[in-house]
Write a protein that binds this ligand. Structure first.
Ligand code: ADP
Ligand code: ASP
Ligand code: MG
Length: 448
């Protein structure tokens, strides 16, 4: 274990333009332990790449999106003192981008989609490395695909931990003394060297995986908020930053929608007991949140989270009362398609459950397959337009009067499903998306 290395990750807003990047450079230069820097694509770029990969656009729209991306990258390039050093490399990446975007197979070939999605991070790491060099810190732009080995599940690739460790020791570690390594979040490569991606928001996960592979002491997640809050500060100004959180609490929050951290980030940190810090690259002195293995304070109510784009599926068979094994068949389809179900309710003739359904995600595709299989078996009703609001905490089931308090506060909403009691860490509600902000605000007022 190397005690002296930090891995620092900077998200999309932090590297969105030249001014924002200057804040990151100061954070990097301020801590000599920071030897590896992981960057996201400049803010907004991945959304455009996702659109190019998934939508059948007209040529005009394709050119327009490519042009918007080029303008963002050039706006950074042109602020460099010596743009000519990196311009040929940036132009080559932009060229790759437009040829993939125009590729006739792009909407149908998952490997090509990931290759296209990888360009945001590849361009931003090139530019941030150049900015860091001009700032006076020796920097090296490193292709993370040589280290971050994954399986071939395009769009949501699973990292190969043994390979990552081996490659990190072989290729990354020897470079650390000579320069600060600036590399890409979110992307990797499979055993054939084909580019993969880890899923939206995956750069946090990359940083934690590299920290694990290198035996780092700390993994810093620099973003646009100074820490993990009691709820998304964009929903209510009453949200407060949390000074210290356990890995389990943070993972629970991330799983239930706290976008500030990718849900898998805590796995490597927990395995290797690497401290994780979340702070604001714009305002690094304003403090942040430490994620640790054991946290002194584990309150009953920690946070309120919201996960958007949920669908509610109800499967029904009039024969269910007599058809033992129906539940088993339904869940076999869910398991086969590797779907995860958060909320389930059953009645004598029906089963309802929720599925995560973000647009253009791997989950959306699998949901589609699973629903088609269920339709062969029984009556299926799918309702869209829901959000899942979750109270995250500890030992919640032993809080006296909790349900009364919560339900009284929520009497203005139509709650479609509830989950409480399955574990002591959360209480979840499925509500209509247009009411979810009010639900979060109300619960936050009542519980904090
Ligand atoms: P980055 O691009 O740096 O990865 P993200 O947009 O992925 O940043 O995550 C940061 C955002 O997460 C914040 O701007 C905030 O709106 C949102 N967020 C959601 N829940 C929380 C929470 N509990 N605490 C802090 N931020 C949260
Ligand atoms: N750029 C990727 C995304 O927007 C990964 C990340 O930012 O973490 O999802
Ligand atoms: Mg993020």
């Amino acid at each position: 274990m190397n005690q002296s290395i930090n891995v620092a990750k900077f998200g999309g807003t932090s590297v969105a333009n030249f001014e924002a990047i200057q804040n990151c450079l100061r954070v990097i230069a301020d801590n000599e332990k920071t030897r590896v820097v992981v960057v996201s694509a400049a803010g907004g770029v991945t959304n455009l790449l996702v659109n190019l990969a998934h939508q059948a656009n007209t040529q005009d729209v394709i050119f327009e999106h490519c042009e918007t991306i080029k303008e963002k990258e050039y706006a950074i390039l042109n602020r460099l003192s010596q743009p000519s050093i990196v311009k040929p490399k940036l132009d080559a990446l932009l060229e790759e981008l437009s040829s993939l975007a125009l590729h006739e197979e792009i909407n149908h070939n998952d490997a090509l989609k990931d290759q296209l999605l990888s360009l945001g991070e590849r361009m931003s790491s090139l530019l941030v490395a150049a900015c860091l060099s001009e700032f006076g810190v020796k920097a090296l732009n490193f292709d993370v695909r040589n280290v971050l080995k994954t399986d071939s599940t395009f769009g949501e690739a699973v990292p190969n931990l043994a390979q990552i460790k081996k490659q990190a020791e072989l290729l990354l570690y020897p470079q650390l003394s000579g320069a600060v390594i600036v590399t890409q979040g979110f992307i990797g490569s499979d055993e054939n060297g084909v580019t993969t991606t880890l899923g939206r928001g995956g750069s946090d996960f990359t940083a934690a995986l590299l920290a694990e592979g290198l035996g780092a002491e700390c993994c810093e997640i620099w973003t646009d908020v100074n820490g993990v809050y009691t709820t998304d500060p964009r929903i209510t100004s009453a949200a407060r930053p949390i000074a210290e959180l356990s890995f389990e609490e943070a993972a629970e929050m991330a799983t239930f929608g706290a976008k500030v951290l990718h849900p898998a980030t805590m796995e490597p940190a927990l395995r290797q007991n690497i401290r994780v810090f979340v702070g604001s690259s714009k305002d690094p002195k304003s403090g942040g949140t430490w994620l640790v293995k054991d946290c002194d304070d584990e309150p009953a109510f920690r946070a309120i989270t919201r996960r958007k784009e949920q669908v509610m599926v109800t499967v029904k068979t009039p024969k269910m009362m007599y058809a033992q094994g129906f539940l088993e068949k339904v869940f076999a389809v869910i398991a086969k398609n590797k779907l995860s179900v958060d909320l389930v309710t059953t009645s004598e003739i029906s089963v309802s459950f929720t599925l995560d359904n973000p647009a253009n995600s791997v989950a959306e595709k699998l949901n589609y397959q699973a629903l088609a299989e269920l339709e062969d078996m029984c009556e299926v009703n799918v309702e869209h337009g829901f959000d899942l609001v979750t109270i995250v905490g500890n030992q919640m089931q032993s809080v006296k009067g909790l349900t009364g308090k919560v339900f009284a506060a929520l009497d203005f909403v139509e709650v479609r499903m509830i989950c409480f009691g399955a574990n002591p860490h959360n209480m979840a509600f499925l509500v209509e998306d247009k009411q979810s902000s009010d639900v979060v605000r109300t619960l936050h007022d009542v519980l904090f």
